[in-house]
Design a protein around this ligand. Structure first.
Ligand code: BTN
Length: 250
């Protein structure tokens, strides 16, 4: 059970708690179809049975151990071509909160949250448009908090990183508060600051690393375009990649 968030202005002022559901993102999409909604509505479950991840993957989460939630935003000021700004907002909010607990969390482009070479949080954003503007943005967040065993060895949790269990309701409140601060920056047009902070916290930014775009190569991320494409400088020049076109090699 989760209460209305006290520290925020917009996020979590309306909370829909579902003891169990297939996917909070699906529930959120259904809610947006059912009539007008408060911006910031939070849909959260303790037991997500068919969580969706990126690239059609599933999202694994043990019941009652982690945060699995979706926020409904209404960034109707944002052109569809600028939707990557929401990715920056959400990734940075989560990173701000986590780096306050312990330094070293980074964003793996475009929006995975990593500590060293392990993933602690995944984000799935689904936008619907009205004309050329965004009408609803469903921000799905899966943050591994107290689970310590995962099917995928690349997954980790706050408990493993920090060495002790965390209170889910406190983590939820702080994470939403941090996302909201970044969202307010976007609303007041501070995209240059958001982009600068995003690059500062980007895994592999201006560092030589191995990537795979069908073949393994060494390169360094030098920029992320407004449309979200990553620019990687390699021996034969710079190349832009869309999501799914390039993988990190750890
Ligand atoms: C990823 O693959 O990294 C994205 C994972 C997103 C998981 C969250 S959990 C809450 C919300 N509901 C879903 O079905 N997915 C997102």
């Amino acid at each position: 059970m989760y209460k209305i968030l006290a520290k925020t202005l917009i996020l979590g002022k309306k909370v829909v708690f579902l003891p169990s559901c297939h996917s909070t993102n699906i529930e959120a999409v259904e809610l947006t179809k059912s009539g007008p909604l408060f911006e910031g509505t939070l849909i959260i479950t303790d037991n997500q049975t068919r969580g969706h991840g990126q690239r059609g993957n599933m999202w694994e989460s043990e019941p009652g151990e982690n945060l699995t939630f979706s926020l409904i935003l209404k960034p109707d000021f944002l052109q569809a071509g600028h939707q990557f700004e929401l990715t920056m907002v959400v990734s940075l909010g989560i990173i701000d909160y986590l780096n306050n607990l312990k330094a070293g969390f980074l964003v793996k482009w475009p929006n995975d949250i990593y500590f060293r070479d392990q993933k602690v949080c995944g984000i799935l954003i689904q936008n619907s448009l009205k004309g050329t503007f965004i009408e609803n943005s469903i921000i799905g967040v899966g943050l591994n908090v107290n689970q310590t065993r995962f099917i995928f060895p690349t997954a980790t949790s706050l408990k493993t990183i920090l060495g002790k269990r965390q209170e889910l309701s406190i983590v939820l409140e702080e994470v939403c508060n941090a996302i909201e601060k970044r969202y307010l920056q976007l609303k007041s047009g501070e995209t240059i600051l958001l982009k600068r902070d995003y690059l500062t916290h980007l895994l592999g930014f201006r560092e030589d690393r191995l990537y795979d775009d069908g073949e393994v190569f060494s390169g360094r991320i030098v920029d992320v375009q407004d449309n979200g494409q990553v620019e990687i400088e390699r021996a034969n020049g710079s190349q832009m990649y869309d999501f799914k076109e390039v993988k990190f090699i750890f």
